[in-house]
Design a protein around this ligand. Structure first.
Ligand code: PGA
Length: 249
């Protein structure tokens, strides 16, 4: 069984003060020992987050990275730089990156390779739009995004990813997938991973994301193939985020 992981994705929100608040809160609560917790913060907050949160057991991650190790690429940030600031994880292929910043499967693969090359754990995000779901193409789209990366990696590299299923229509909309809808896609992802190897299917953490909040987390996390959550809006409220972390135990 994959260990539960709850990752908060702050997107372009938050502040140094909020990191302080999370640091204080995590120092005083007791979370179930088996639950891993991560906060995925904007680049400028990484160093502070790593300093305040690592000591209270929270892993820190970034929201994207360049596919290049260095270069004349104004505005880009390399995996080594993220590592140097204390990041251990990085989101790749979030639907906002795919749609707003035109990252296709090739771009996603390049970033996954760049993350793996420097020892960052990539969280590979997959998900269908409402139109694709209505056309009955959910599995084809999600598994296509998965295969575009996993087919290109070697056996060892495949073991170093976290996968997040985030239906695009559920992100930031308040409209969560039902536990049954989410479980059906998670199960299809798990089966596809088993196709690479049974150990990969068993050990890969598959997170659900899309309007996960304190009120619906327990039902989602109770599904057999949902190993954790990628939490946007609710990760900006310390009490909500802690409640989600508690329900993963
Ligand atoms: P949400 O965002 O929880 O606000 O829907 C999830 C995500 O985009 O990772």
């Amino acid at each position: 069984m994959a260990k539960p992981l709850i990752a908060g994705n702050w997107k372009m929100h938050g502040s140094l003060a909020l990191i302080e608040e999370f640091g204080r809160a995590f120092a005083t609560v007791e979370l179930p020992a088996e639950v891993e917790v991560a906060l995925i913060v904007p680049f400028p907050y990484l160093a502070q987050a790593a300093q305040k949160l690592a000591s209270v057991g929270v892993c820190v991650g970034a929201q994207t990275l360049s596919d290049q190790p260095s270069g004349a690429l104004t505005g880009e940030v390399s995996g080594d730089m993220l590592r140097e600031l204390g990041a251990r994880m990085v989101l790749v292929g979030h639907s906002e990156r795919r749609s707003l910043f035109h990252e296709d499967d090739q771009a996603v693969l390049g970033r996954i390779r760049a993350a793996l090359a420097v020892g960052l754990t990539p969280i590979l995000c997959l998900g269908e739009t409402l139109e694709q779901r209505d056309d009955d193409r959910t599995e084809a789209v999600v598994l296509g995004q998965l295969e575009a990366v996993f087919d290109a990696l070697d056996v060892d590299e495949r073991t170093r990813l976290v996968v997040a299923y985030e239906p695009v229509w559920a992100i930031g909309t308040g409209r969560t997938a039902t536990p049954e809808q989410a479980q059906a896609v998670h199960s299809a992802i798990r089966q596809r991973l088993v196709g690479y190897s049974s150990a990969l299917g068993e050990n890969t953490q598959i997170l659900y994301g899309g309007s996960m909040k304190a009120a619906n987390a327990a039902d989602l996390l109770a599904q057999p193939d949902i190993d954790g959550g990628l939490v946007g809006g609710a990760s900006l409220q310390v009490d909500d985020f802690l409640a989600i972390c508690q329900s993963a135990g």
